[in-house]
Design a protein around this ligand. Structure first.
Ligand code: F6P
Length: 357
């Protein structure tokens, strides 16, 4: 009897259920229902720590291909906290649950933080196979996470819809797109939505350069402008600060979000009317796009193949349009930000999009 545990950890995204379905369907096809027992741990690593799970049958994985969220629930259990605890008691408890149930492998779906913990568990001797989820697309060692494409559709739709009202009112609109450390979603949504300015965490902005773009458009009789701003966008002054100074500056910032600060800065420098739209978690909500369903299915089927071949300690990943195993030790602790020489940035600049630099 094969015993496989599943858990989803960190912020949710579209395609989590589709991916688990891909893994489970391949495993059930291979082993048959009588030779496979699947444990679904509740709310991420918490379920593994507290030995809280549901036994899932093949029918639990039916009808969930297009279902958003995660049927297992999720939570954030910060890696740093786990690792820094004296004697790592929660890691010990995870190992105890794994051994108590006699698991053959743990299938872990998550983003950056989740992968650090998955790698730790692998180093501690557990058999682990992971899958890269996040709307941020910032996991090292692969081309695209599942969830990114779906969130991109939502963020682009927001920008599309703002075009008409921005034109009617001759306004400046700032759309704040999710992504604290990596600007993939903002970059792609900005290009897909045809915005005038894109501000990314990777390219610190100069507000005067941003204002120049807006004024030039007004002089060219363009009635509106739209800015796609990553929630982690930073100014050139902030980029020069130490980590501590930056943290303090942001703690003292009177705005809840960077977009409101930028809106205020534009309003102070011009007589343009500025509005801010923050779609927030809507970007992570709802059903996965058709593309994500295919990607999830491919990734899931590959993860099952790794388990069948007892190839543990790997993440199934999309690379150069193939699904390949990437060692967890290479993934953990690294962040895939947008490279400054990105061809997408280059193309955007070539068609006149400003990055505020
Ligand atoms: O990592 C996914 C993500 O949606 C980020 O884009 C965003 O910064 C963060 O999660 C929001 O976290 P929370 O769901 O905890 O508010």
């Amino acid at each position: 009897m094969k015993k496989i545990g599943f858990l989803t950890s960190g912020g949710d995204c579209q395609g989590l259920n589709a991916t688990m379905r891909g893994v489970a369907k391949h495993l059930f096809e291979h082993y048959g229902s009588s030779e496979l027992k699947v444990y679904g741990f509740k709310d991420g690593y918490k379920g593994l720590i507290n030995n809280e799970y549901d036994v899932l049958t093949s029918s639990d994985f039916s009808g969930i291909l297009n279902l958003g969220g995660t049927i297992l629930g999720t939570s954030r259990v910060p890696f740093k906290e786990l690792k820094n605890e004296e004697g790592m008691p929660r890691v010990k408890k995870m190992k105890e649950t794994y051994n108590l149930l006699g698991l053959d492998c743990l299938v872990i779906l998550g983003g950056n933080g989740t992968h650090k913990t998955a790698n730790l568990l692998s180093e501690e001797g557990l058999n682990v196979v992971t899958l890269p989820k996040t709307i941020d697309n910032d996991i090292w060692g692969m081309d695209m996470t599942f969830g990114f494409h779906s969130a991109l559709g939502v963020a682009t739709d927001v920008i599309d819809r703002l075009h008409s009202t921005a034109t009617s009112h001759s306004r400046i609109f700032i759309v704040e797109v999710m992504g604290h450390k990596a600007g993939w979603l903002t970059l792609y949504a900005g290009v897909a939505g045809g915005v005038e300015v894109i501000l990314l965490p990777e390219i610190p902005y100069n507000i005067d350069k941003v204002v120049d773009v807006l004024e030039a458009r007004r002089q060219a009789k363009k009635k509106f402008s739209i800015l796609a701003v990553a929630e982690g966008a930073i100014s050139q002054e902030e980029a020069k600060m130490s980590k501590k100074e930056f943290r303090q500056a942001r703690e003292n910032m009177k705005y809840s979000n960077i977009s409101y600060r930028i809106a205020d800065e534009i309003a102070q420098r011009t007589d343009l009317e500025v509005r801010v739209t923050i779609p927030g978690h809507v970007q992570r909500g709802g059903d996965p796009s058709a593309y994500d369903r295919v990607l999830s299915t491919r990734l899931g089927a590959k993860a099952a193949e790794l388990i069948i071949n007892k190839k543990y300690g790997y993440m199934a990943a999309l690379k150069d349009n193939e699904i390949v195993p990437v060692p967890l030790s290479e993934v953990a602790g690294k962040l895939k930000t947008v490279p400054l020489d990105s061809e997408v940035i280059k193309a955007a600049r070539e068609i006149g999009i400003s990055f505020g630099d």
